[in-house]
Ligand binder design. Structure first.
Ligand code: 5GP
Length: 187
């Protein structure tokens, strides 16, 4: 990687990790896989704001099937640290869609400890959907602390802080087309 690609976001340096092309190619593959699996099921994509907005937009457009898209808002990170409790900011009660007997696909930006997904799975299950699966753009396997199953994973990555493609640092960096990782050298 060229050092000129190094970015300073607020007080932290980031370097390129996954390019726009890699993201686009992998998300297309995931979308096609989901479209095959859900061909006649009219799934409801539940996209977790804010971080999944780019992934959700690309994923939904790569799925050539009938589906619905809706949004939930949770937050568990403050700057670059997990707060351990996922705050429900725009929850299930605010959804217009009835979840009963629906095939739900949670669309998440990144699964880190798995706490957010664990809480959400429990909450969604009580609404008696036909099925629930998770599609996450990124996954940090070595950070996982909960027993959750991730059916669709874009990329598994190391346990380091990343931004871009919807993910932020202190609310900056979401617009980047690729994924950037915190530079080992912060000087
Ligand atoms: P979990 O509940 O799995 O520990 O954390 C999930 C949430 O933490 C994600 O939806 C995301 O908002 C945030 N998060 C976890 N790891 C990262 C990371 O490396 N970068 C950013 N920007 N957010 C992260």
């Amino acid at each position: 990687m060229k050092s000129s690609n190094r970015l300073l976001i607020q007080d932290k340096y980031f370097v390129p990790y996954l390019s726009e092309q890699q993201m686009q190619q992998r998300v297309q593959e995931l979308g096609q896989q989901i479209a095959t699996d859900y061909a006649d099921k009219k799934p409801l994509l539940l996209c977790i704001l804010n971080g999944s907005f780019v992934f959700a937009a690309d994923l939904a457009r790569s799925m050539d099937i009938v589906c619905q898209v809706s949004f939930l808002k949770y937050s568990s990170y403050v700057k670059d640290k997990s707060s351990n409790t996922a705050k429900d900011l725009l929850g299930i009660q605010g959804l217009n869609e009835d979840l009963i007997n629906r095939h739900l696909i949670i669309v998440e930006d990144i699964v880190d400890t798995g706490n957010t997904m664990n809480q959400l799975l429990k909450e969604l299950s009580s609404h008696k959907p036909a099925s629930i699966e998770i599609a996450t753009c990124l996954f940090k396997p070595s950070a996982l602390k909960f027993n959750i199953s991730l059916k669709y994973i874009g990329f598994s990555i190391p346990n380091d802080f990343v931004i871009g493609y919807g993910l932020d640092y202190d609310d900056y960096g979401r617009h980047l087309s690729g994924i950037y990782i915190a530079d080992e050298n912060q000087n």
